[in-house]
Design a binder for this molecule. Structure first.
Ligand code: CDT
Length: 309
């Protein structure tokens, strides 16, 4: 058995005027709880330091850039990194990244137990739109504020296993998991901010949203024989409801832990990474069964081209 005890740290809402330092205190409290329960790795949500700001339409460059981090760690997040190192706990942390050459990404990092960053991911599937949409009940302006990630779906050997990351909407795309699956991923970590009602189709409510979230994470885990740890930012942020439903999924696709609230809440589970090998060596022995000669459309085409009527 290769066991790693992982904390899935859901955050309740972060209001627009909540200072990052206050949020960092909440993250440290969750980290300490996780350590107290034996975790050596904690997964925090997407954009874990601020409200989900892409719901707000902004034009002013300085106003936009104020939501981004120019360094990681920086003055505000250093106490979190220090505490993590003292406790010997690694973390997945999502934040908005502004690079020295002025590029904006929706980013996550993975640290090891001594607080060093061992992997960085920049969100690839950016949902939403880039201009103000008067038809929507809530704006979702990720395409306005972020560039598509340029680092690919890389994995790293850390925490005794093969670790991979993605962010929110990425979890709905099978390609996300498969590219990491082909690198032998054993733990896929992800954070999310999912509005609990669809702003365009009033028919889809929280139950459907929760179903699709679970379906995506469970299918990704099962089809690639990997653990999936998904941490929500949940609850009502300035009147905008976000889905909870944080969960830990085992490599058979079973949910082994899930959140009960829409507040700051921690789930802890001891994950045996050796459980990934049954799937990757039997049912999904990729090397023996995959037929890549038939998969070309996946990388040569984005949209649907149906046969002529
Ligand atoms: N943050 C994020 O990626 N949220 C999306 C909502 C898309 S609705 C425009 C998600 O897939 O959960």
């Amino acid at each position: 058995m290769r066991e790693i005890t992982i904390g899935c740290a859901q955050l309740g809402p972060i209001q627009k005027d909540e200072r990052r330092a206050v949020v960092v205190d909440r993250l440290i409290a969750l980290l300490e709880q996780a350590s107290g329960r034996g975790a050596t790795l904690v997964v925090f949500p997407e954009l874990a330091l601020t409200t989900f700001f892409p719901r707000w339409y902004m034009e002013d460059r300085a106003e936009i850039d104020a939501w981004f981090e120019r360094d990681m760690p920086n003055d505000v997040t250093q106490p979190l990194f220090d505490r993590a190192r003292e406790l010997g706990v690694g973390m997945y942390l999502g934040y908005a990244e502004l690079t020295p050459d002025g590029q904006h990404f929706n980013t996550s990092i993975l640290t090891n137990m001594t607080g060093e960053i061992v992997l960085k991911y920049r969100k690839i599937h950016l949902p939403g739109h880039s201009e103000f949409d008067p038809e929507r009940a809530f704006q979702h302006l990720e395409k306005r504020y972020f560039l598509p990630g340029d680092l690919g779906f890389n994995v790293a050997r850390a925490h005794g296993g093969v670790m991979g990351m993605c962010i929110c909407n990425d979890r709905r795309w099978p390609e996300t998991y498969r590219v990491m699956g082909l690198q032998g991923v054993e733990v896929v970590m992800l954070g999310y901010n999912t509005p609990s009602v669809n702003s365009q189709h009033s028919g889809e409510g929280p139950e459907a949203r929760l179903f699709h979230h679970r379906l995506s994470c469970q299918a990704g885990a099962y089809q690639n024989s990997t653990w999936v740890i998904a941490a929500a930012k949940a609850g009502v942020e300035d009147g905008n409801p976000l889905l909870g439903g944080s969960l830990i999924v085992d490599p058979d696709g079973n949910i082994v832990a899930c959140s009960q609230t829409e507040e700051d809440e921690l789930m802890v589970h001891t994950c045996d990474l050796d459980r990934c090998t049954f799937g990757t060596q039997t049912i999904f022995d990729f090397a023996r069964h995959r037929r890549i000669e038939h998969y070309g459309l996946i990388t040569s085409q984005t949209g649907i081209i149906a046969p002529p009527e």
